[in-house]
Design a protein around this ligand. Structure first.
Ligand SMILES: [Fe+2]
Ligand SMILES: [Fe+2]
Ligand SMILES: [Fe+2]
Length: 412
């Protein structure tokens, strides 16, 4: 039983870890960069998670709380993505991303714990530096930990080896204890910082494995063959909404693809579990779009060749992220192959004919159909009938003709 719990925890952390990488990709957006500059897009979530987990260990957290503090670290800036639309270099985003982030994580396991940790992650003992000006009693220990971990990671320069910054950082923490840093957390950091491994760890590409080793005593995770129900559905729906919010033209695209591909799979008589899996794949098919700058997604004129190149990277990132997150291979393929074409002229893998399986073919048809029936910066939406008529003309070389017939029955 205990072993099973351990691998459940390990699995949960792995999922959240990969999705924090998706957040990181999303934060490298030009506009966001201007306002926030440092650390974002540089594995910030992962590193804050790792630092917070080390501090939690030092402060005697239970196993369950350590898992939660790690996940809180991974997702602490999730609210920034939800601010894409309103964000125009406005520094009030500091307050907003704390509140938005707390709302978003409520639906995950231990939602209340995560929400209060994230809500208060920019609090400091001195109200002059704190975002919500919450009193000491209001700020849970996990949030006090996140605040220090966040400050440290933002301060660490990526150009130097971290261990060479150790003395400077310790001096800074000592000077700012009581203003920026809560004393009990600062003391724990001073303790953790004595270990050379701490400074080496945070620079490693396999930081996830290192964290799992410390938390669960296992580096390697069992492969998953079936999608588990529960939190993954919430995670997928949350990210579907974050992806769609990034551009004002895709308000519901991911959900619409998921619902339609589910209907198509049912129409083909797929069994219930597989139908559910392709629904989740549909929610996540454009996950890699988080990495595409908003100004390209929203551009109203024609895209230039370098912008097209950038757009075409998104299914590749969908593939990487979902593989990392440990989804069954078929689900990764259904999601990531939605821009492949039967004639081999698709991207990013340029697969041909039989290399593209039925689920991916369904996803392609549904994605084209959904896109044609939505407004885009350069054209208005088509009616469903017009869209399918147009798709019929490209069958044979690009998409599967028999599936377009099915779409006519199921989607019209
Ligand atoms: Fe933050
Ligand atoms: Fe942060
Ligand atoms: Fe796409």
């Amino acid at each position: 039983m205990e072993e099973q719990e351990l691998s459940e925890d390990a699995f949960y952390i792995r999922r959240m870890w990969s999705f924090s990488q998706a957040l990181d990709l999303g934060l490298v957006d030009d506009e966001v960069e201007k306002g926030l500059q440092v650390a974002l897009g540089q594995r910030h979530g992962e590193r804050v998670a790792y630092i917070a987990m080390r501090l939690g260990r030092c402060l005697g957290f239970s196993k369950k709380d350590l898992v939660n503090v790690t996940v809180a670290g991974l997702l602490h800036d999730i609210g920034i993505l939800g601010c894409f639309r309103e964000y125009h270099g406005d520094l009030r985003i500091m307050k907003k991303h704390c509140l938005e982030g707390a709302l978003v994580v409520r639906r995950f396991p231990s939602g209340a714990f995560l929400a209060s940790a994230i809500k208060y992650h920019h609090e400091t003992p001195d109200p002059a530096y704190s975002v919500l000006r919450a009193s000491y009693e209001e700020v849970p220990l996990t949030a006090r930990i996140l605040s220090l971990a966040d400050h440290v990671d933002v301060r660490l320069q990526r150009r130097r080896q971290s261990r060479h910054e150790r003395d400077e950082i310790l001096k800074w923490i000592d000077e700012e204890t009581g203003t920026l840093f809560y004393p009990e957390v600062a003391a724990a950091f001073t303790n953790v910082a004595q270990k050379e491994a701490f400074w080496l760890d945070i620079e490693q590409a396999q930081l996830l494995q290192i964290a799992l080793g410390l938390l669960c005593g296992q580096w390697h995770l069992p492969a998953t063959r079936e999608l588990e129900f529960g939190f993954t559905d919430d995670l997928a729906a949350t990210f579907a909404d974050l992806i769609d919010q990034k551009s004002r033209f895709t308000a519901r695209h991911s959900r619409s693809v998921a619902e339609k591909v589910e209907r198509m799979a049912k129409g083909l008589g797929w069994e219930e579990n597989r139908v559910h899996e392709i629904y989740v794949s549909g929610l996540l098919h454009d996950l890699g779009k988080l990495s595409i700058p908003k100004k390209i997604l929203d551009k109203s004129g024609p895209l230039d060749p370098s912008e097209i190149d950038i757009i075409r990277t998104h299914p590749y990132y969908t593939h990487c992220l979902l593989t990392e997150a440990g989804f069954p291979t078929r689900m990764v393929e259904w999601a990531a192959h939605h821009h492949e074409r039967l004639d081999g002229k698709g991207y990013p893998f340029a697969l041909v004919g039989k290399e593209i399986d039925e689920g991916a073919r369904l996803m392609t048809i549904v994605d084209i159909f959904a896109a044609l029936t939505e407004d885009r910066p350069y054209r208005l939406a088509m009616t469903p009938g017009e869209a399918l008529g147009m798709m019929q003309q490209s069958t044979g070389t690009a998409v599967d003709v028999s599936l377009v017939d099915l779409a006519k029955r199921v989607l019209l």
